[in-house]
Structure formats: C-alpha cells, structure tokens
Write a protein that binds this ligand. Structure first.
Ligand SMILES: [Zn+2]
Length: 385
C-alpha cells in the first residue's frame, strides 16, 4: 500500500492516543481481502505443524496436551530429545524451556518458535549435538484462546497473561496455571537440569532482536546471566545490544521472566526474547532497515540454537572436543585458527562451576561488567514485554 494512503496521528476523539488509518479500495468483487498486523500464525496452523512434525520425527519429537484453555483449546507441550545409548549417555542433561504467544497478536514469536523446532529436529551436526546433550521443551502457544479470537494482547477474559504469572488462577488462567505447575515439577526433577527459560515475544516499537533480562546485586550471578545474550549477539546478525535491557522493574513482576526467576532455583536463567514486528538495521544503519520476512523469523530460531550451543560450551557443559565441526570452539580445540564470523567475541570463558558463586562483593564495590549489554534498570520502563 503506498505510504501516501496511510495516516498515523494523535486523535483527540481517542483520548489523544495514536491512530493508524488508511484508505483502501475494495475494487475486485471476487477477491477475499484480509488485513493483518504481521504474518498470521493461527491456532490451526500450529495444530497442523505439530501433527506433521510428530509424524515425521516420532523418535525425537514428542507432542502432548498438558491442559486446556477456558474455551477448551489444547495447551500443546512439545519435547525434543534424542535417546542416547546408555554407555554414551550423560548422567544429566540440561533442560531448555521455551514459551511463545502469551501475547496472542505477537505472531512473529510463533515463527521464531517454529524455526527453533525445525532446526532442532534437523540432521545438522549442531542440532544432533544439541539433542544429545540437552532436552528442549516448548509451550508454543500459551494463549490459544487469545490467538483464536484474534486478541492482540489479552486472553479471552481480557487479562494480559504476562502480568498474571505470580498467582495464576486455574479457572481464569488455566494455561498459565498448568505451565507453572509443569515448570515446578521439572525444576524438582533430578533427571534433567532445568537451566534456561526463554519467553518469545514481538515488539512494536524497536528494531531487531533483543533480550530483557534481570539485574542482580551479585556481580558473578549477573555475569552469568548476561552470557547467553552475548552469545546470541554473536550468532544473530539482527541482534540489538542497545535494546537489550536488564532490570528489576516492579511493574514487570507478573511477567514470566521475573516471576519464574523467583520461583525456580537460582541457577535458572530466565529471559524475554523480543523480535521487531518491522525489521532490523543493516550494518547498524538506521537509514537502511531490512523488513523481516517469515523466513527471517524462522532463521532466528536457528541463530538461537547456535547461541545455546555456544553458551553451554562456554559454561563448560559441552566440551570443545564434542563441538560439531564448523563451530569456532571445535576449531580452537583442534588448534585451528578460526577466521569465521561466528568466532566468539567474548574473549573469556567462564570456568565450570565458578559462575554461580554466591559470594557478594563488598558493599559499594559491586560493578556490573562494562559490556554493551550493561544494566539499565530505568531505561525503557514502558517496554511492552
Ligand atoms: Zn509480548
């Protein structure tokens, strides 16, 4: 649609809020017209996608229903895991838990979630390495009613579910209630070690991909918390360090990131991962914005997988000798000079076991790492995650 037909303005008749309007001629009688804020990703599309993957990869892709929404839609739960012969199996695998579409209008989050699942079931060496060392669990649609009825931010009953994590009601917020119970069970389960939680969202106001995390007084705890976003910044060309924020804003205490951080053991890192509805600046230039296509959102899933692998390598869980060929860690373990663009820019590796030190720095000496993803507790207080 030509931009001269699109209007965006503050409107006194709508409490001075911004209004977007456009002129459009329905000039072809036989055509069906649809308008969408972004690429649609419906409840039925998810059902078909899960059905297909379940049939294609029954050995590694397990689909379950762990609850129902208010209108009795399925709360889907997917596990991606490879069975490893006992002799080669680790005593415990790390568990990565991913949720999406708590905000039903944020359809790009579903593409990212599908991209993650697509990559994880693939036959690439990185996906195989991830499946053998880690277990991945997904709730791909936390708010199926909201998605079905076409709400932008709320549930069927009008609640912003990402403000209800502290005390979800089994009647009004059944999908959250079931997910929270599941996470509590997984956290107490000795079989797998729950260590990473990602809640996928899409952002209307900012560009690129970025993360909202938590801030911690303990500098070592914070250093560890900032590690995954740093690896993601190495793996995703659209990553925005400027928009990545760590905070403890009281207004966000009902979000999954904040609420689950209090609920789950301290070692679990919880993040909100946002991707722009619009696009990302090419080579950082605000003048040259590349609009996201569906395939870009899907590809972000692959970048997240690469970042997860690098993160568990950097924390010592996956040794460099086990890293698939083509990754920077695999090359350096063979003594090769790596000139690839995915080479870690972090410089320092965190020795295993040292990053959870509960020791606090003496009062007044605690400093956050001076990275581009430093804590900005007050910045973007009105961010819409
Ligand atoms: Zn959101």
């Amino acid at each position: 649609m030509p931009s001269k037909y699109v209007y965006y303005y503050r409107c006194p008749q709508h409490r001075n809020n911004y209004v977007l309007s456009f002129a459009f001629a329905f000039d072809r009688e036989d055509d069906v017209y649809q308008f969408a804020f972004s690429y649609p990703y419906s409840y039925s599309r998810l059902q078909k996608y899960l059905e297909l993957r379940q049939t294609q990869f029954p050995e590694i892709f397990k689909r379950e229903t762990i609850g129902q929404s208010v209108q009795e839609r399925r709360l889907e739960f997917v596990t991606i895991k490879e069975e490893v012969p006992e002799a080669e199996a680790r005593s415990q695998r790390k568990l990565v838990f991913v949720t999406a579409r708590v905000h039903p209008g944020e359809s790009p989050a579903s593409y990212v979630c599908q991209g993650l699942m697509d990559y994880l079931v693939s036959n690439t060496p990185i996906a195989r390495c991830l499946r053998r060392n880690l277990v991945f669990k997904f709730i791909p649609m936390l708010n199926p009613d909201g998605v079905f009825v076409g709400n932008y931010r709320t549930s069927l009953l009008g609640a912003d579910l990402n403000r209800c994590w502290q005390d979800p009601s089994p009647l009004a917020h059944p999908t959250l209630h079931a997910t929270k119970k599941l996470l509590e069970t997984l956290a107490s389960n000795k079989e797998d070690d729950l260590s990473l939680y990602l809640d996928l969202h899409a952002h209307t106001g900012l560009l690129g991909t970025f993360v909202y995390g938590n801030s911690y007084d303990d500098v070592y705890r914070f250093e560890h918390h900032a590690l995954f976003p740093k690896h993601l910044s190495n793996c995703a060309e659209d990553f925005s360090s400027e928009s990545t924020v760590y905070n403890r804003d009281p207004g966000k205490s009902g979000t999954s990131r904040r609420s689950l951080t209090s609920l789950l053991p301290d070692k679990v890192n919880c993040y909100t991962l946002e991707v722009s509805f619009y696009g990302y600046p090419k080579h950082g230039s605000a003048k040259n914005i590349i609009p996201y296509l569906e395939e870009d959102y899907l590809r972000l899933g692959e970048s997240i997988c690469r970042a997860i692998l690098d993160y568990y390598n950097a924390t010592g869980f996956i040794p460099s000798s086990d890293m698939p060929a083509g990754t920077s860690a695999a090359a350096s373990s063979r003594g090769e000079k790596n000139k690839g663009k995915r080479e870690s820019r972090l410089g320092t590796r965190v020795p295993p076991g040292s990053h959870y030190s509960s020791k606090r720095l003496p009062q007044g000496r605690a400093k956050m790492p001076s990275s581009s993803t430093s804590t900005r507790s007050t910045a973007r207080a009105n961010s819409n995650n």
